[in-house]
Design a protein around this ligand. Structure first.
Ligand SMILES: Nc1ncnc2c1ncn2[C@@H]1O[C@H](COP(=O)(O)OP(=O)(O)OP(=O)(O)O)[C@@H](O)[C@H]1O
Length: 567
């Protein structure tokens, strides 16, 4: 029932969460005690009824039974309170430990996975995780408590009268069976609904982050219609789900409602025959009536568990899926990768499409500065991502010096080989944090130098809060070109062995671009620099030009060969 995702997640829970499971075990012990307390009240009532029938009732007996009830009620309330506290502790503990693991997993997912699944799935994984934690910490103990109460009441009615017990148990078993079977159907309904919910969520996020485009193109109406159609699709899947849940609930309640009638009639007949006393009949009716409560709860908890299991299927793919990158590998490695780069017969396809790079063979010597140009869609960014190992090559080989690039630990490789994209991701944080990316290992002087190389000193100096200025996630108050220079400063701070600028200065005016590129060339003297550009003036300032057209690379010498470093 619970699939391989469950076993993987369960192993993780067990390995990581010994602490939070301790309160859960206690909650189970309390559930057993609650089962014991629950049967005491009907026993006391039966004692009272039998006393009345036998004319043996006395005031001390009434007082004793009243005191017994009070004790039961206090014990029950105390145990329930304690159980809730333990469950909340377990829930909070599980969330505290598993959510960071999930976040770490998401950061380790290959880019191709995130692209193909869409970002909403990864973001929503945290909601899915909350569902799963609720199931482990709340639904399961609740289910167990209901099962223990059911068992206690069942034992009691079997002891009172086995014939009546058989009648009651058959009706309740039928209720359980049909409702749990129907509830299982709701799991696929939940899965369908979760997909539609994510689609709607993605549209909301994309629309909010693209407000400028929507406003400037007056596209609000069609976008709104798109939302309405997503909403309708989600409503449709929610309706299917609710109908299934409704059917399960109706059948469950019908069985539970019919059970006391059947038991009452058979019991009255047995009492008429003198086979059971009035007290026993009252006790039986009370206990079998109480039995309906936990049985109904089992059905409800089972339905809730179906939703959590649908969430579990999704979160286990992200949390314990097979594809993760070892981005911590070689964290302290001093090995430099400035030993030349070569690609032999390299082919790369995005998904199942046509190859974006076709049998590319090229060699770049250590310390070379090379321009890369070519028509849009030719494969320049793909080559950059491949060299930076943001994607894995399908065929062929890539070497850094004598070593196969894939033999270098990925984390170390990515720290030494950097790409600056033309759209720079900005975090809602200070400029300094955006450049450091919260890495305190860089000295302040290195940050100042990186800022200066990116021609940002005056820009930041002109802001009232300087480096402490907080940016929004869309980069305000910086201009597009200033944001690009934040990307350059990030790279300069990290002093890579191989740096690829992927149209990283495309938003700058010609003069500032010249100054930034000149600084970068100087800083990268003796290290490898690849500059992707659509500007022929910029490309012509490099001693070597690679032209990429339709996935094929042509190596062109520029007329200005020999000008490296004199940009
Ligand atoms: N994630 C992706 N999934 C599928 N195909 C992709 C993906 N990224 C790029 N492609 C395809 O790969 C080819 C090369 O794209 P690439 O981005 O490398 O071109 P480019 O030369 O950098 O273009 P531009 O100059 O416009 O930035 C294109 O045909 C593009 O459609």
């Amino acid at each position: 029932m619970m699939g391989s995702g469950f076993s993987g997640l369960w192993t993780l829970f067990r390995a990581e969460l010994r602490g939070p499971f301790a309160p859960l075990s206690l909650a189970v012990v309390i559930a057993i005690a609650l089962g014991g307390v629950a049967v005491l009240a009907p026993l006391l009532i039966a004692r009272l009824v039998d006393g009345v029938v036998a004319h043996a009732i006395t005031l001390p007996l009434i007082a004793l039974i009243a005191a017994g009830f009070l004790t039961c009620a206090l014990a029950d309330a105390g145990l329930v309170l304690l159980r809730h506290r333990l469950i909340v502790r377990a829930q909070v503990g599980l969330r505290r430990r598993i959510a960071p693991l999930l976040f770490a997993s998401i950061l380790r997912l290959p880019l191709s996975r995130l692209r193909s699944d869409g970002h909403a799935g990864a973001i929503r994984a945290f909601d899915d995780l909350d569902d799963v934690i609720d199931m482990v910490a709340r639904t399961m103990p609740d289910l167990m408590t209901s099962a223990i109460l059911t068992l206690s009441y069942t034992l009691l009615i079997v002891v009172i009268d086995i014939r009546l017990a058989a009648v009651a148990l058959v009706t309740l078993a039928l209720a359980l069976l049909t409702s749990t079977q129907l509830a299982r159907l709701t799991r696929s309904g939940f899965a369908g609904w979760l997909v539609e919910r994510d689609r709607r969520f993605s549209l909301i996020v994309e629309s909010v982050t693209s407000l400028l485009t929507i406003k400037s193109l007056s596209a609000h109406r069609p976008i709104h219609e798109r939302f309405t159609s997503h909403q309708q699709a989600e409503g449709g899947s929610l309706r299917v789900l609710r109908e299934r849940l409704g059917a399960a609930d109706a059948v469950n309640r019908a069985w539970i409602a019919v059970a006391p009638g059947v038991v009452g009639c058979v019991g009255a007949w047995l009492a008429m025959q003198g086979q059971i006393s009035a007290g026993e009949l009252v006790l039986f009716l009370m206990v079998s009536g109480s039995l309906a409560g936990p049985v109904g709860d089992i059905c409800v908890h089972w339905e809730v568990a179906q939703r959590s299991l649908a969430s579990l299927d999704r979160v286990s793919v992200v949390l314990v899926g097979p594809e993760f990158e070892d981005i911590d590998g070689g964290a302290d490695s001093p090995v430099r990768l400035n030993q030349g780069l070569s690609l032999a017969d390299v082919t790369y396809r995005h998904g199942d499409g046509a190859p974006a790079l076709k049998s590319v063979t090229l060699a770049i010597k250590a310390g070379d500065h090379v321009a890369i140009a070519g028509p849009s869609g030719g494969g320049k960014t793909t080559l950059a991502h491949l060299i930076a190992r943001l994607v894995d090559i399908n065929d062929g080989a890539m070497h850094v010096g004598p070593r196969d690039a894939s033999d270098v630990p990925l984390g170390h490789y990515r720290r030494r080989v950097l790409v600056v994209p033309h759209v720079v991701d900005i975090f809602s944080a200070s400029i300094e944090d955006n450049i450091r990316l919260w890495d305190d290992a860089f000295p302040a002087s290195a940050v100042t130098k990186a800022v200066s190389l990116a021609q940002l000193t005056d820009v930041i100096g002109g802001l009232p809060d300087g480096m402490a200025t907080c940016l929004t996630s869309s980069g305000e108050p910086l201009s597009a070109g200033q944001r690009q220079r934040i990307g350059i400063a990030r790279a300069m701070l990290r002093e890579p062995d191989i740096l690829i600028l992927d149209e990283a200065t495309s938003s700058l005016d010609a003069e500032t671009e010249r100054a930034v590129i000149s600084n970068v060339c100087r800083a990268m003297a003796g290290r490898t620099l690849l500059v992707i550009t659509h500007r022929s003036e910029l490309a012509s300032t490099f001693p070597r030009l690679l032209r990429i057209t339709d996935g094929e690379v042509q190596d062109e010498e520029t007329q200005r060969r020999g000008m490296s470093g004199t940009f």
